[in-house]
Ligand binder design. Structure first.
Ligand SMILES: C[S@@+](CC[C@H](N)C(=O)[O-])C[C@H]1O[C@@H](n2cnc3c(N)ncnc32)[C@H](O)[C@@H]1O
Length: 235
């Protein structure tokens, strides 16, 4: 099959430039948003973990900046934190192929050396994946029922800094508050305000943190997305 047809046959989370005029039709295009994440320009010599990589845009970007990158993704579609009433909107085979096929194709075309681990965020530990100078976890915490446990597992594998991007509730209350959306499809369970996000980061055992940015992550087609915050946390 021609590469352009292979690209078209898959569902892409990210817009990735694969060279020679081939670009993936991502649900999102993160390229104009990159500066909001505060990823160091030079990652030479750094070991980086990209948690919940999807089609891998950030993993490949961090590799381009010099890092040795490991990317994680769920093994099976059913491993998501769905609610008990969840009913898939597509055949499981289609949903399952979304998890790995786009990443695998992009990795091959980009001649990337990013390593892939099929593991749930709740199982991250020095024993299961090792430790990393920098961990990167973007737009994953909103999909899990227990974001504190997820952050805690990230902290155990972070040596220098965790870059955490997540959906943030616009409530400016100084009190830690989270809106419970409880979405059965696992789309969004919790939307913390900034004070709550800081309290969760602290509860997970990080010693210091600062906000890097706030922005609204819109879809590639221009429709309105979720307001996000990026917090850098230090163990
Ligand atoms: C919204 S996408 C974000 C992709 C990418 N990190 C980014 O920011 O562009 C969320 C990703 O996290 C993965 N994910 C969801 N629940 C997870 C869990 N419990 N453990 C690990 N990964 C998970 C999903 O499969 C999906 O690829």
């Amino acid at each position: 099959m021609k590469l352009s047809n292979k690209i078209k046959s898959l569902i892409w989370y990210h817009t990735i430039d694969l060279g020679e005029g081939n670009r993936t039709p991502g649900i999102y295009d993160h390229r104009p948003y990159l500066r909001f994440y505060g990823i160091p320009d030079d990652l030479s010599g750094k070991k980086v973990l990209d948690v919940g990589t999807a089609s891998g845009f950030f993993a490949f970007e961090m590799e381009k900046r010099g890092a040795a990158v490991t990317a994680t993704e769920l093994k099976k579609w059913q491993d998501h934190d769905f609610g008990p009433l969840y009913v898939p909107d597509k055949p499981l085979k289609v949903l399952q192929s979304y998890l790995h096929k786009p990443f695998d194709l992009a990795k091959r075309i980009l001649h990337s050396k990013v390593k892939k681990r099929k593991i749930n965020i709740y199982r991250l530990s020095p024993k299961t994946v090792g430790v990393f100078d920098i961990t990167f976890c973007s737009s994953v915490l909103l999909h899990v029922r227990d974001p504190v446990k997820a952050l805690w597992r990230i902290r155990t594998v972070t040596k220098e800094m965790a870059i955490i991007a997540t959906g943030i509730h616009s409530d400016k209350e100084p009190k830690p508050l989270a809106s419970f959306l409880g979405n059965q499809s696992g789309d969004t369970w919790w939307l913390p305000n900034k004070a709550c996000m800081e309290a969760m980061v602290e509860s997970a055992g990080f010693k210091k943190w600062h906000w890097h940015s706030e922005f609204r992550l819109d879809y590639r087609d221009g429709s309105e997305g979720v307001p996000h915050g990026v917090i850098h946390a230090f163990p």
